[in-house]
Design a protein around this ligand. Structure first.
Ligand code: SF4
Length: 340
């Protein structure tokens, strides 16, 4: 038993209706897991952890028809921890199920985040589903009518600048006419999973429109790739992702286990719940004894920047996102440049 650790487990029990081009987890097929998958997963970890929060989703929350019973079940099978609701919900379900917003209110949800990539054609293309644009607008109206504050997050890149300005104007209009509390922010997003494929059109700092600067998330600490490289290029330490007191694991619908801090790609697999012995799996989780983390011990930031950085790039990054970008570039190419 590990009394000092709290475990949160998210299981991809139902999948997701969308295929967003910014999805940091990476795209996975929807596959319905076995009826007893929740008990099976809890059964693996229960002997080792005293505090476990169980979540039946890692992609779209509430993407199952019996979402109310499902939430109650998540609460019931969690162990000495109450799972959180977060400010997330299914916009797919909001526009299809009149009982859903009352349910969200009943479980204490006060705000819901909705994502924009641009106007109609762009939004549908980025979400991977026709009608997604109308759905986020309709979901906004329904949330406001239902007493929940919408928060619009926009991903800005080189191809949607004018459209995001337009979305900002729409948000301002909604604030003036029906919901002064509507929240709005713009950011560049991380650079892992599907989002990594958008690197070529990642926003250049000088191209961020002045009008969007006040609503740009953490604009003051935004760095260009060039500046990130300057900070890292003399750093001889190796990339490390220490295992803390709170461990969050994602379980794929094929029972592969991952930490939650980056994409769910093969190099990051810790093990498999059906194939590995629970003792061995938990040992790897607690000690960070995984393929990716062990490979990263053999290199350094200095080496990764020299190998994978573009010193002429003015693309913007949060520093931690850039670190993860370098690490994943390296793992993706399965070409680990060794320092030692
Ligand atoms: S970003 Fe969220 S909604 Fe979009 S594909 Fe990924 S999990 Fe689904």
């Amino acid at each position: 038993m590990n009394p000092d650790k709290t475990l949160s487990i998210g299981v991809d029990l139902y999948g997701c209706p969308n295929r967003c081009r910014h999805c940091w987890l990476g795209h996975m097929p929807n596959r319905r897991m076995a009826e007893d998958a929740d008990c099976f997963v809890m059964g693996v970890f229960s002997p080792f952890f005293d505090k476990i929060a169980f979540y039946s989703w890692i992609r779209e929350p509430d993407y199952c028809n019996d979402y109310r019973e499902r939430w109650e079940r998540d609460l019931a099978i969690s162990k000495n921890v109450i799972p959180e609701r977060f400010e997330l919900a299914s916009f797919y379900r909001i526009v299809r199920d009149p009982e859903y917003i009352p349910f969200l209110k009943s479980v204490g949800v006060k705000k819901v985040q909705l994502t924009f990539f641009g106007l109609k054609e762009t939004q549908d293309r980025y979400v991977g589903r026709k009608g997604a644009y109308e759905e986020v607008l309709k979901a906004t109206d329904l949330l406001i009518e239902g007493g929940i504050i919408p928060r619009w997050q926009c991903f800005l890149n080189e191809e949607n600048i004018d459209e995001i300005i337009e979305v900002y104007h729409m948000a301002q209009k909604i604030r003036e006419t029906k919901c002064p509390e509507l929240e709005f922010f713009v950011h560049e997003g991380s650079c892992d999973g599907e989002n990594r494929k958008l690197y070529p059109i990642r926003i250049i700092r000088d191209h961020i429109p002045k009008e969007l600067v006040p609503v740009y998330l953490n604009y003051e600490t935004l760095t260009t790739e060039k500046e990130c490289l300057e900070k890292l290029r003399e750093d001889d330490s190796c990339p490390e992702f220490p295992v803390g007191e709170e461990i969050v694991l994602y379980i794929s619908n094929t029972y592969d286990v991952y930490y939650n801090y980056t994409e769910m790609s093969d190099p990051w697999i810790i093990g498999n719940l059906k194939k590995d012995e629970p003792e061995e799996l938990v040992r790897r989780i607690l000690n960070g004894d995984t393929y990716a983390l062990n490979e990263l011990k053999k290199t350094s930031w200095k080496t990764l920047t020299a190998e994978f950085g573009d010193p002429s790039s003015e693309r913007v990054f949060d520093m931690d996102d850039y670190r993860m970008y370098l690490v994943n570039e390296c793992l993706k190419r399965q070409r680990m440049p060794h320092t030692i």
